[in-house]
Design a protein around this ligand. Structure first.
Ligand code: ADP
Length: 499
């Protein structure tokens, strides 16, 4: 068998990647699909379109690779997390559009649950905060708002799944209704300590047990693909959520190893081994994956505006024509000249969690130029990540010794160097930045013996460049203190908007 196929079902596009044993990308096919915004704050996807784009790119990738199903040792799924689908078990038809993780329609439901004193129960059992981001309240919303849904669910006629479940169901023509712990741990319904759906949580959220998928491990042969695709007959053998997949793709397989993805937002995960570390610093505790009978956990924190601030410089301000131009501008000056840019355009994520914070550029003088602003914007990404890293280390009780990076904005040498300067540890960028696909492929390939061990796959991980701290430490400390002052001034700004 020559290849492994990763199905990477993301928020804006479906991708399929054919990989070989060395982790080389042999073929990549990608297709975007519609983002549906029915009301302010609502975000939906058509689950049928997710399936049709995903199955089409799978066929395309195989064709590009000149391969057939008999060349494919295993297929792995990685997916946008938390996005919620309910479908009819008899017909396989979704009962409504999928509610996407970004959707805020259940924010008031979460508020009510918090007011009823459920915060600690959810934090203790699921490692999550009670937020509309996660699947639980989205499931309840669908059951309560789609005509007849709750009655059908009570009769066992409906199935719930995150996108991994939905794809597994379609790939096997309804034979499998499964998920893995990395996805289950994002639903608010799953107890990450007992590794099972939790009756108390199901009752609080009013979700009937009968609609839930069976939780399998992240790496095992679940069944054979029977749908009429080029991969028909290949084993489906891996399921893992996108950020956890990237963590595996970065070979952060030992406690203390951390990765940060610099995409639209930033996602920072720290492997804490077989110990689920509770957070006292507003991070999430989550399952990294379950493999060989063992569960690995991670601490996770996210920043809302990562590379997106560079997009805003381009599209919002028209200050640059392309993202890499921001690097050139940043490097054309020696420093930000005392300018700090807090990229809180949509509030602040972990560890600050302030939905009322707004973007702020402070310290502007007559000498300030566009180059300083561009530099301050990139620095603002790195400061946010440094705040996350502090929270991680406090929760983990041990220092992070290096940070592995990926995502679109990790291409910026300036940003990576500044990150190393702030964190005071090496920032390591691998040659293959498609870590999400790699992680899904590894889970599937390990399950069928395509790769013998994680030691073997670890050899596929090669360094492109290591950024060592260069700025004097005293300067880093001073600048971080100034940044913190700036953040404090940006916090709560929107609260005054209606006064
Ligand atoms: P996502 O998967 O969230 O869509 P990507 O990992 O593809 O994101 O990264 C895209 C982001 O990276 C964009 O927001 C873009 O502005 C940013 N980006 C890309 N190249 C650079 C660069 N050279 N310097 C800074 N930011 C960049």
């Amino acid at each position: 068998m020559k290849y492994v196929l990763a199905l990477d079902q993301g928020t804006t596009s479906s991708r399929a990647i054919v990989l070989d044993r060395a982790g080389t990308l042999v073929a990549v096919a990608q297709q975007e699909f519609e983002q549906i915004f029915p009301q302010p704050g609502w975000v939906e996807h058509d689950a049928n379109e997710i399936w049709s784009t995903q199955s089409r790119v799978a066929d395309e990738a195989l064709q590009q690779a000149g391969a057939t199903a008999s060349d494919v040792a295993a297929v792995g799924i990685t997916n946008q997390r938390e996005t919620t689908v309910l479908w009819d078990r008899a017909t396989g038809a979704p009962i409504a559009n999928a509610i996407v993780w970004q959707d805020r329609r259940t924010a008031a439901d979460c508020e009510r649950l918090r007011a009823r004193g459920h915060v600690d129960t959810f934090r203790d059992k699921t490692g999550l905060v009670l937020d509309a981001y996660f699947s639980g309240t989205k499931v309840a919303w669908l059951l309560d708002n789609i005509a007849g849904a709750r009655a059908k669910a009570e009769r066992g006629e409906l199935a719930f799944g995150t996108i991994d479940s939905w794809l597994a169901y379609r790939l096997t023509e309804g034979a499998l209704h499964i998920t893995d712990p990395s996805n289950a741990s994002r639903t608010l319904l799953y107890n990450i300590h007992s590794n099972a759906w939790d009756d108390e949580l199901l009752e609080i959220l009013d979700v009937p047990r009968g609609i839930l998928p069976e939780v399998k491990s992240s790496s095992e042969v679940y069944g054979q693909i029977t749908a009429d695709l080029a991969i028909k007959g290949a084993p489906l053998a891996g399921i893992v959520g996108d950020q956890q997949a990237a963590t595996m793709g970065q070979i952060c397989i030992e406690p203390g190893r951390a990765k940060n993805t610099y995409g639209t937002g930033c996602f920072f995960l720290l492997n804490t081994g077989q110990e689920a570390r509770p957070s006292h610093n507003n991070l999430l505790t989550t399952v990294a994956w379950q493999r060989d009978g063992k569960v690995d956990y991670a601490l996770e924190g996210s920043v809302f505006m990562g590379g997106a601030i560079v997009q805003w410089l381009r599209d919002g301000l028209g200050m640059i024509e392309s993202a890499p131009q921001s690097d050139v501008m940043a490097e054309s000056v020696d420093g930000s000249d005392g300018v700090y840019f807090v990229p809180a355009l949509t509030g602040l994520g972990a560890p600050h969690w302030d939905p009322y914070a707004r973007g702020m550029i402070i310290g502007i003088t007559r000498g300030t130029t566009r180059n300083h602003i561009a530099r301050a914007a990139l620095e603002g990404i790195a400061y946010q990540v440094a705040d996350l890293a502090d929270a991680m280390q406090a929760d983990a009780g041990s220092p992070i010794t290096e940070l592995r990076v990926d995502g679109g904005a990790a291409a910026s040498d300036f940003l990576m160097q500044f990150q190393a300067d702030l964190l005071r540890i090496p920032v390591v960028r691998p040659t293959i930045l498609e870590t999400t696909a790699l992680g899904a492929a590894y889970m599937a390939g390990l399950a069928v013996g395509y790769w013998e061990s994680v030691d073997e796959i670890a050899q596929n991980w090669q360094v492109d460049r290591i950024f060592e701290p260069q700025m004097p430490e005293s300067q880093a400390i001073h600048q971080r203190a100034r940044w913190s002052e700036a953040v404090e001034r940006a916090k709560g700004w929107e609260r005054g908007a209606d006064a």
